[in-house]
Design a protein around this ligand. Structure first.
Ligand SMILES: [Fe+2]
Ligand SMILES: [Fe+2]
Length: 141
């Protein structure tokens, strides 16, 4: 899974790299927990740990960038991030209690990559690209 859609490239090297890491992690999760393999608990914990670190770092970086660009959907965007954080925390709590919710993890990864990344993040990327184009054009006048 690679970022191939032009609308998903923010032009910000760090954000683009973090998105790529999320897509790679989603791919790992899908292949770990497919029907034939099922995954094991150490794989599950490793993925969950990576997801927690990635999410915290990425949401912070992205929200700072959206704030800097006065993104009009920042408030809603932050709510979506907070909901992901809550779902990840819930998975962590369950795992600590011995319940490895594999389908829950897959569902978080799927929602993140197909809904949030390809819809909400893509819309913000487009907004920032347009903003940059108009400020570049204004500078050239
Ligand atoms: Fe986002
Ligand atoms: Fe993002």
């Amino acid at each position: 899974m690679e970022i191939v859609r032009p609308g998903l490239i923010t032009g910000n090297r760090i954000i683009d790299q973090q998105h790529q890491e999320i897509l790679t992690l989603a791919r790992e999760a899908m292949s770990c927990f497919d029907d034939s393999r099922g995954g094991n608990s150490s794989e599950f914990h490793a993925l969950l740990n990576n997801l927690t670190t990635l999410a915290a770092r990425h949401f912070q970086t992205e929200e700072a960038l959206l704030r800097l660009n006065a993104c009009p959907t920042l408030k809603e965007h932050k709510k979506e991030h907070a909901a992901f954080n809550e779902r990840i925390l819930d998975l962590l709590m369950k795992a600590m209690a011995g319940n490895l919710d594999r389908s829950g993890l897959l569902s978080v990864m799927e929602d993140w990559t197909t809904h949030h990344l390809l819809v909400s993040d893509a819309a913000c990327c487009q907004y920032m690209q347009e903003r940059k184009r108009s400020s570049d054009a204004a500078r050239q006048q």
